[in-house]
Design a binder for this molecule. Structure first.
Ligand code: S3P
Length: 172
């Protein structure tokens, strides 16, 4: 069974997933990295060269591939992964999932300094970014909240979130 971390861009999915994999001595897969390796392009280049629809189709295909591998492991998804195709159904079928939930303020603050590699937000100024996140979270909430568990990330370190996940995994 896989353990999946999902949530909005900037919620710390990859960082926490790495810590969790280390603590449990399991493999770690970052879906964005996996896509980049398979497609031999960065996510940024992929969006630019082939567009978002192509990216979403490939994302869904590779998600299925990593979930169907039967060995246990920790997977960090891309922020949009649960919200397209039948991805959330696959996630529920093949994994225990955790939604790393951050407030608009937390996410906005984090993404402001690291938006350049993220094609959906790279061109937005601070006010536009906050508005974009608020709208996007409203649309995506219905998917994210189908995760097996939700962990609030506001004001917490990656270590603290990893410890909460370890406890969460024992009670699933
Ligand atoms: C996206 C999030 C990104 C990446 C792509 C699209 C999204 O992943 O998959 O840029 O739609 O929220 P991170 O959440 O790892 O930044």
């Amino acid at each position: 069974m896989k353990t999946v971390l999902l949530g909005y861009m900037g919620s710390g999915k990859s960082t926490v997933a790495k810590l969790l994999a280390k603590a449990l001595n399991l493999s770690f897969t970052d879906l964005d990295d996996y896509i980049e390796k398979k497609e031999k392009k960065s996510i940024k280049e992929l969006f630019k060269a082939k567009g978002e629809i192509y990216f979403r189709l490939q994302e869904s295909k590779y998600l299925k591939e990593v979930l169907e591998d039967a060995s246990p492991g920790i997977i960090a998804l891309g922020g949009g992964t649960p919200c397209y195709a039948n991805n959330m159904e696959l996630i529920k079928q093949f994994s225990e999932s955790f939604y790393l939930k951050g407030s608009i303020a937390t996410i906005s603050e984090r993404l402001q300094s690291e938006k350049s590699q993220r094609p959906l937000i790279a061109a937005l100024n601070e006010a536009q970014l906050t508005e974009f996140i608020a709208k996007h979270l409203f649309e995506r909430r219905a998917y994210y909240e189908q995760a097996s568990k939700t962990v609030i990330i506001d004001g917490k370190s990656a270590e603290a979130i990893k410890d909460e996940l370890l406890i969460g995994l024992k009670t699933i």
